[in-house]
Design a protein. Structure first.
Length: 301
């Protein structure tokens, strides 16, 4: 077989794994463009490798992607002069809120919520890699150990420590989309109607709102963390004029809100619903980062 034919076979094999690799990278990095860059770097490493020595291509690609992401996380941490800001919101994944076919439903079921991604941001790079690869993608400890330069036993302890932190910090959530939708419908109706008490009623008393508008936005729309139902309701009414162009979408597999009028994207909001009320809201309103996202679902219907 010619070199060109070999390259085509290798490229097809890589494409079969691209979705999995993108999922690994996104969970590691919380950034859509960085995840794409990591997958592309994995492809370049594959083209420079003797593939005849690779026994399991999928496993090899997954661990290489993990290693690339670990390097990116370590570099990211080294550049930071301060710990990550409490207002940071990871890149959301937006899909239409429509009846799904089995393949789309499988994607939804495999989604990782914004709340979990926020918690993962608080982990050290080695902890995040070990937890993501083992607990989310079932990569054996023996395969993770060389990446984090630990023994398999030490890697097991690393995952265990990360798991405790994740479980202790990730809020419980309603899984049923229909129940989520009823709560979000009520939230939008109250926002559009300027009904303060109706907004308070749909929010948990200890609700937390996290807004990430980027470093350049100032004033009332700047990044912030807001606590409490009445304070969050007041914040929602401040921007009630934008509720008219907002629509329900799937945000990381759960019902959320996207505001992307023809004039340009304004925000994407993911929420956590529990007990019939909203307990957490995560709003990305950074114009630069929104520009990198696929917001087509926000304009459908």
């Amino acid at each position: 077989m010619s070199g060109t034919a070999d390259e085509e076979v290798l490229a097809r094999s890589f494409e079969e794994h691209r979705g999995q690799l993108r999922s690994v990278a996104y969970r590691m990095l919380g950034s859509v463009p960085e995840a794409e860059d990591a997958v592309q770097e994995t492809w370049l490493k594959l083209t420079r490798t003797d593939t005849g020595a690779i026994r399991n291509l999928g496993a090899w690609l997954t661990t290489v992607t993990g290693r690339v992401c670990l390097d990116l996380l370590r570099a990211r941490n080294a550049r930071r002069e301060e710990p990550i800001d409490d207002t940071f919101v990871p890149d959301p994944l937006i899909r239409p809120l429509t009846p799904t076919d089995p393949e789309q439903e499988a994607v939804r079921a495999d989604s990782v919520g914004l709340a979990l991604l926020v918690v993962l941001e608080a982990l050290q790079p080695d902890e995040r890699l070990a937890f993501v690869l083992h607990d989310l993608f079932a990569v054996p400890f023996d395969d993770i150990a060389p990446i984090v330069e630990r023994s398999a036993a030490a890697t097991r302890q690393l995952v265990s420590r990360a798991r405790r932190r994740v479980q202790g910090a990730t809020p419980s959530a309603e899984a049923d989309l229909a129940r989520q939708k009823r709560v979000l419908d009520a939230f939008l109706a109250a926002s559009r109607g300027g009904d303060f008490e109706a907004l308070v009623a749909v929010l948990h008393p200890d609700v937390v709102l996290r807004v990430d508008s980027g470093a350049l936005v100032r004033g009332a729309a700047a990044s912030k963390v807001v606590h409490g139902a009445r304070t969050v309701a007041a914040q929602a009414l401040t921007f009630a004029q934008y509720a008219g162009t907002a629509r329900l979408v799937l945000v990381n597999g759960s019902v959320g809100v996207a505001n992307a009028p023809e004039g340009g994207p304004r925000s994407v909001m993911g929420v956590v619903v529990a007990g019939g009320r909203i307990t957490h809201l995560y709003i990305l309103a950074d114009p630069e980062r929104l520009g990198h996202l696929d917001l087509a679902a926000a304009r459908e219907g």
